[in-house]
Write a protein that binds this ligand. Structure first.
Ligand code: MG
Length: 381
């Protein structure tokens, strides 16, 4: 941007948004404060919006109902799931009506049906192919009649289901996984995610699946199809650097990293992710955004200046927008990393940026400095 140009809001450059869910729109059962209202304002302003989720277990209609109940604009067709991306991959390779093992929650089977394939439950696969001329019951499938496995997360998947999948995979059928997130955040901590169950089958079969969810491009391509916007005019928004932000880049999209979820500022040092924008919350997509600039002594962002010196961040101008300090600080840290400073040393220095974000949150986890206009209750929607 030329010097003297007033800062523009990030959303000014885009027609479409691919929005992550957990950590961005909601956390657990509760909305991220201000997020539903910000999304409604985006849509009211003419921006097209879809939600892209790696969660393959739930059907999109159920996700849309949850979003609508929280006050976010959402219909079933606004939700793009990794199960849909997986079913689309298989439907591109297999004739309509092909039987596919649906290993996972209801979202997996529904996505296969909607893509013109026939989902088969693991419990409905026979132990062996019937002898020639043998009669199979119509509700069961012989192993030889099942041409692929679509694996997504499901809480009710059993050891017997994995055995059935392994039996098919050993025969060489096509294998697509909705996502490879190793963990699933639950209120008490980290639980095994679909990636852990993929690894289980991989260890047993010596194979690896094609994976379609974030950070892999197919889910983003499906989201772009749904939006009808050009990749260069579409921005992906998410809280996880290794999935949302790295995935956006792999798919050729700009990205906004939102600090309402899992990853905090110091986590940037553990990745090569390069978010286009760093925002405290969704509402900042619609506010003027100062881009960090290199100056003689350090990095300037708005009224904040930050440099990395003597193994710490030197913050030259506090009192402005806390996110300007965070952005300038991240720019200084990334520069120091590129010059060869050890990541451990930088991570220690970066904790001051984590604290700025943590201190800015009230009890609900919100970052208030940037969210003040969103305090009104989201009513009459
Ligand atoms: Mg998330």
């Amino acid at each position: 941007m030329p010097p003297g140009t007033p800062p523009q809001p990030p959303i000014a450059g885009y027609d479409g948004v691919v929005c992550d869910l957990d950590g961005v729109v909601y956390r657990g059962d509760e909305a991220v404060p201000g997020a539903p209202r910000s999304l409604q304002q985006l849509v009211d302003g003419g921006v097209r919006l879809v939600y892209a989720t790696n969660n393959a277990s739930r059907v999109p209609a159920e996700v849309a109902r949850q979003l609508a109940a929280l006050g976010a604009p959402a219909t079933e067709s606004d939700v793009v799931s990794s199960a849909q991306a997986g079913a689309a991959r298989l439907a591109a390779d297999l004739p309509a009506g092909t039987r596919v093992l649906a290993l996972g929650g209801p979202g997996v089977a529904e996505a296969l049906s909607r893509a013109g394939l026939v989902p088969v439950r693991p419990a409905d696969v026979m132990a062996e192919d019937p002898p020639a001329g043998g009669v199979a019951y119509p509700e069961v499938a012989a192993p030889g009649d099942v041409s692929a496995v679509l694996q997504g997360f499901g809480r009710n998947v059993t050891v017997a289901d994995f055995e059935t999948a392994a039996r098919l995979l050993t025969r060489g059928v096509q294998w697509v996984a909705t996502n490879d997130d190793a963990t699933l955040p639950l209120p008490w901590g980290q639980s095994p995610g679909n990636g852990a169950y993929v690894d289980l089958l991989a260890a047993a079969t010596g194979r690896r699946p094609d994976v379609v969810g974030k950070p892999h491009p197919p889910l983003y391509r499906l989201a772009l199809d749904r939006l009808g916007t050009a990749a260069v005019r579409t921005i992906a928004v998410g809280d996880r650097l290794a999935t949302d932000i790295a995935g956006a880049r792999a798919a050729g999209l700009d990205s906004a990293w939102v600090l309402t979820g899992v990853d905090g500022p110091s986590d940037l040092l553990d990745t090569d992710a390069t978010p286009t924008f760093v925002v405290a919350s969704l509402s900042e997509l619609q506010r003027p955004y100062a881009v960090p600039q290199r100056e003689a002594l350090g990095w300037r962002c708005g009224v904040a200046t930050v440099s990395y010196s003597d193994e710490q961040l030197v913050i030259g101008h506090e009192g402005g927008d806390r996110m300007e300090v965070v952005r300038a600080g991240l720019a200084a840290l990334v520069e120091a990393r590129e010059r060869g400073t050890a990541t451990d040393q930088l991570r220690h220095a970066a904790r001051v940026l984590d604290r700025i974000i943590e201190d800015g949150r009230d009890d609900s986890g919100r970052t208030p400095a940037a969210d003040v206009p969103d305090e009104e209750p989201a009513s009459n929607r």
